[in-house]
Ligand binder design. Sequence first.
Ligand code: CA
Length: 240
Amino acid sequence: MHPTRILIVEDETHLAQGLFFNLQAEGYEVEIAPDGEAALAAIASRPKFDAIILDVMLPGKDGFSVARQLRQQQNYVPILMLTARGRTEDVLDGFAAGADDYLPKPFDLSVLLARLHGLLRRIAWHAPSSEQSEESPSRFEFAGRCIDFESLELTAPGKHVHLTLMEADFLHYLTQNPGRIVSRKELLDQVWHVREDTDTRAIDNFVVRLRRYIEDEPANPIYLKTVRGVGYRFSPRGEE
Ligand code: CA
């Protein structure tokens, strides 16, 4: 087993160094990149990182661009994004850019460690394994689509998509609640765990992404319908 490798992308030297020593003390192998370009270079040239702690506010290329670029390169390394407290839109932009989890600054080290462990555990849980769990089906199939929640892959006619953890969690929640109207507030609360007042249009943007994956005509959805003024309804059989 190789040591778990973590990349810290943060330009504030004190914070980066503090994290570096604390994560090292936890047994992780740690590197620091002071900006987005350095982060992308480190990711391209070194052995694989198991997770990235990515600050949003960086000189030059910001954290959103780094995440977006990695996902465009089909690099699905787990990303914990550090956002500014009170800027919920950062959280939502982060998820849209492909982040897997977020933590508002300033944070307690113990909270960061817990989130990092959680992320690494979820990745392990999602990773393909020979032992199929009986009680938590890892696949959901509907209308010729298949969502594999372990390998984080979605196939639909003519499409093969790799999902971020957050996309997979979002779809998992919908598939666990078929036919029921799910409000934007509920999605923010239950899937994104964002409890502050949030611009719920961010949910709408996320749904637009998911429709591109599962709908034949994303502009005229039949599986993931908007219920005006209320929220969304997922119908595995489709509805006109
Ligand atoms: Ca920063």
